[in-house]
Ligand binder design. Structure first.
Ligand code: TYD
Ligand code: MG
Length: 451
């Protein structure tokens, strides 16, 4: 039978199919398959058998004799916390992706980094999204006009890679990968083959010349990189930029870092002259607090840094149909689970009540120790009774209603002390005078919300 030269490639995950289907069975995405020419069908002999014949034996060295590459220079971004996230600054020769929703401030942040690095190094900002005029306006606003900071407008991956390879620049920004095209590929920009191949070309150029490259990537509503996930596997560092587009805090995290840890975070605020790091996030988050019922202060961690955030719960009778549960800044499935635990393990009845949870300040909680604070906020809202002003709360809640230990309790406690709190309601495993130990949800609610 004649071999088909056509294949269908999922634009989300890169899975390959012979026939078109509505849904990719590998990643579950709908209508993500695009028809492409199958490169491997060009030759009679398969690529694998040709590859087998052409290989040579590797030359290997003892790992003791290898030179560590971490002694390469790191460029400081001008944001100390962001340097920590990066593992000490931007490593020369590394390729990073900065992923975030449109309008979150990616271009702003990178322009500010460029301005800082341009004080000592040569920097190129390539934009395929905005015109020179727009970039100039932003540079004026951010005070980023420097002789060492060059600008080019291009969407050609070939040209950009060639320029990087020239080695003239120490840092190159590519804004954004979704606008780039490689001339040799026919498909539209933003698709899986364009993004992967453009990414590959740029990475190769960066490695040859030892240039640090930061690539901007857009994310979809669901929070994954638009187009392929493949790019994340290719690069050295993947940074995510999250938070409220309008006000609130914006947080940069490393979800992948070949040169540093992934447990750090940098917290930013957008104002009229660009982004600035928030010095004392806890104080800023608590400054507008009014101690009402349903309001609890959670001692949580953002990366390895402790912060205190206010959790608000509102509980109202359900007027029609099923009770409604809504959460902003907290996982809705986790909320449903906690509500089930509260119903089963305590005397609180929530099956005829709507529950709304809000985490103040645009913070998205990823900390399992938020459970206890959520439960207490709900109970306090139901009872219409506020907790004492001087408590912070942390601890995970198990399905049995037991309170479980949390990571880094000491840091949470010291942050609470610093901000003038008197006690922490926390798991009994934490041995500290500051802590009021609790063991199970039921007695905690009885003792502190008086249900
Ligand atoms: P931008 O960096 O263009 O976002 P992205 O590149 O992620 O799409 O800008 C985000 C928003 O920030 C934009 O709507 C305007 C606003 N902004 C400020 O509030 N202050 C500033 O100094 C700048 C440059 C932008
Ligand atoms: Mg932008």
């Amino acid at each position: 039978m004649a071999k088909s030269h056509i294949q269908f490639v999922c634009q989300q995950c890169g899975a390959i199919y012979k026939n078109w289907t509505g849904r990719c069975t590998a990643c579950g995405a709908w209508s993500s398959l695009i028809q492409q020419f199958d490169e491997s069908s060009r030759d009679e002999k398969s690529a694998v058998s040709r590859g087998q014949a052409s290989g040579r034996s590797l030359e290997y060295v003892s790992i003791k004799k290898l030179e560590a590459s971490d002694d390469r220079e790191r460029l400081k971004t001008g944001f100390p916390d962001l340097d920590t996230v990066l593992g000490g600054g931007i490593l020369l020769g590394s390729v990073s992706v900065l992923a975030g929703q449109p309008g979150i401030g990616k271009s702003t942040l990178l322009m500010q980094i460029c301005a800082e690095v341009a004080n000592t190094h040569s920097v190129l900002y390539v934009s395929g999204e905005e015109s020179a005029g727009q970039i100039k306006l932003r540079a004026i606003r951010l005070g980023a006009e420097s002789e060492n900071l060059k600008f080019a407008s291009s969407t050609s991956a070939n040209d950009i890679a060639k320029t990087i390879e020239g080695g003239e620049f120490d840092l190159v920004i590519v804004d954004s990968i979704q606008t780039l095209t490689l001339a040799e590929i026919a498909s539209a920009p933003g698709g899986v083959s364009q993004v992967t191949n453009c990414g590959n070309l740029i990475i190769r150029a960066a490695k040859i010349s030892g240039t640090a490259v930061i690539i901007v990537g857009h994310v979809t509503k669901e929070g994954t990189m638009a187009g392929p996930k493949v790019l994340e596997h290719l690069v050295d560092v993947v940074l995510t930029f999250e938070g409220d587009r309008y006000g609130g805090f914006k947080i940069v995290r490393a979800v992948k870092n070949r040169f540093g840890s992934t447990s750090e975070a940098a917290i930013f605020e957008m104002n009229h002259s660009g982004l600035s790091e928030v010095e004392n996030p806890s104080a800023a988050l608590l400054s507008e607090r009014q101690n009402t019922d349903g309001s609890i202060i959670l001692a949580t961690l953002e990366g390895t840094r402790p912060i205190l955030v206010e959790i608000q719960a509102l509980v109202t009778p359900t007027n029609f149909g099923y009770p409604k549960r809504t959460a902003s800044g907290f996982d809705i499935n986790r909320l449903n689970l906690l509500i089930a635990v509260v119903e089963r393990r305590t005397k609180l009845k929530l099956n005829d009540k709507d529950v709304f949870i809000n985490v103040v300040g645009g913070i998205k909680l990823q900390d399992s120790a938020a459970d206890l604070a959520i439960c207490l906020a709900i109970a306090s809202a139901v009872a219409g009774r506020k907790l004492s002003e001087d408590f912070v709360v942390f601890g995970e809640v198990g399905l049995g209603g037991e309170i479980r230990s949390a990571f880094r309790p000491d840091q949470r406690i010291s942050e609470a002390k610093k901000l003038g709190f008197a006690h922490a309601i926390a798991p009994a495993t934490v041995k500290d005078e500051f802590v009021i130990p609790v063991r199970d949800l039921r007695s905690t609610l009885i003792d502190y919300v008086n249900e």
